[in-house]
Ligand binder design. Structure first.
Ligand SMILES: NC(=O)c1ccc[n+]([C@@H]2O[C@H](COP(=O)([O-])OP(=O)(O)OC[C@H]3O[C@@H](n4cnc5c(N)ncnc54)[C@H](O)[C@@H]3O)[C@@H](O)[C@H]2O)c1
Length: 268
């Protein structure tokens, strides 16, 4: 097992990638603190406990430093200091052009997706520095590097996570802490499975692997990056996307997509 004796805290673990990853981290031997704004996160903790591992839930909005403090203290008092932090919680608040996006939606996406990760790191990094060992894994998106049409706040917040990650590495690598960022492509969470079939089918030609990713395919990378074995991987951006990023940024792939979709109308 990769994580025997370690204490993990993962955010956004009530459902989706966070929940699936929490189970994998527990299977690898960790005690797992799970944080979410939704009360369903208690169910994640109870199910982990049924599998024989310790788990404690904290309900908090990660954009609020006070709520983060209280949730982390509740978990630490039961499981001990956090050795591994997984900043997974994230939201999409707006799918429309920049001109239509409200300031409120922008602020909310930045404060959950980016400031939430900062709040969590500030709260747990002290004991990591003292113990000269820590792992921080941030979950971004392939939209962080090339932008995302009609999701300017989301793309900007996810790009911000890249700068946050690399700066933590620069400041704390000598403290035995690694900080890496995972860039998922399209992953088959409950919400993605509920999307209309035509939207999922339109995405498939962009994915060289020609399938949507599984939540566990993100979770297994998280567990490796969290382990002792990954000690020399630091400040890295690692996509888990079946190659999808290549099709949104290379000329050759654009040609392939055009061929698969048929001719593009010059009028539209
Ligand atoms: N699913 C994908 O295809 C995909 C692709 C790229 C990146 N991601 C990223 O992966 C992460 C997980 O995504 P998912 O698809 O599992 O999403 P999801 O919506 O299924 O789960 C996100 C979880 O975060 C929680 N959350 C939201 N706001 C919160 C807040 N303020 N405080 C605490 N918890 C909060 C939600 O309650 C939810 O349980 C996100 O950061 C997302 O941006 C997902």
């Amino acid at each position: 097992m990769l994580l025997e004796g370690k204490v993990v805290l993962i955010t956004g673990a009530a459902r989706g990638i966070g929940r699936a990853t929490a189970f994998i981290l527990a299977q690898e031997g960790a005690a797992v603190g799970v944080v979410d704004v939704l009360p369903e996160v208690e169910t994640t903790a109870r199910e982990i406990e049924k599998s024989g591992r310790s788990s404690v839930a904290g309900i908090a909005d990660i954009s609020d430093p006070g709520q983060v403090h209280d949730a982390v203290q509740g978990i630490v008092s039961e499981l001990g200091d956090i050795n591994i932090l997984v900043n997974n919680a994230g939201i999409v608040k707006n799918i429309s052009s920049l001109t239509k996006m409200t300031h409120e939606a922008w602020e909310r996406e930045i404060s959950v997706n980016l400031s939430g990760a900062f709040n969590m790191i500030k709260e747990v990094i002290g004991p990591m520095i003292e113990k000269k060992w820590g792992r921080i894994i941030n979950i971004s998106s392939i939209g962080a590097t090339g932008g995302l049409h009609h999701q300017v706040g989301y793309a900007a917040s996810k790009a911000g996570l890249l700068g946050l990650t690399k700066t933590v590495t620069l400041e704390h690598a000598r403290d035995g802490i690694t900080c890496n960022v995972i860039l998922p492509g399209l992953i088959g969470t409950e919400l993605v499975h509920q999307m209309p079939e035509e939207i999922k089918e339109a995405a498939l030609p962009l994915i060289p692997t020609r399938r949507i990713g599984q939540m566990e395919e993100v979770g297994h990378l998280v567990s490796f990056l969290a382990s002792e074995k990954a000690g020399y991987i630091n400040g890295s951006e690692i996509p888990v996307d079946g190659g999808m990023r290549l099709n949104v940024s290379t000329l050759g792939s654009r040609k392939e997509i055009r061929e698969m979709r048929g001719p593009v109308s010059r009028k539209g």
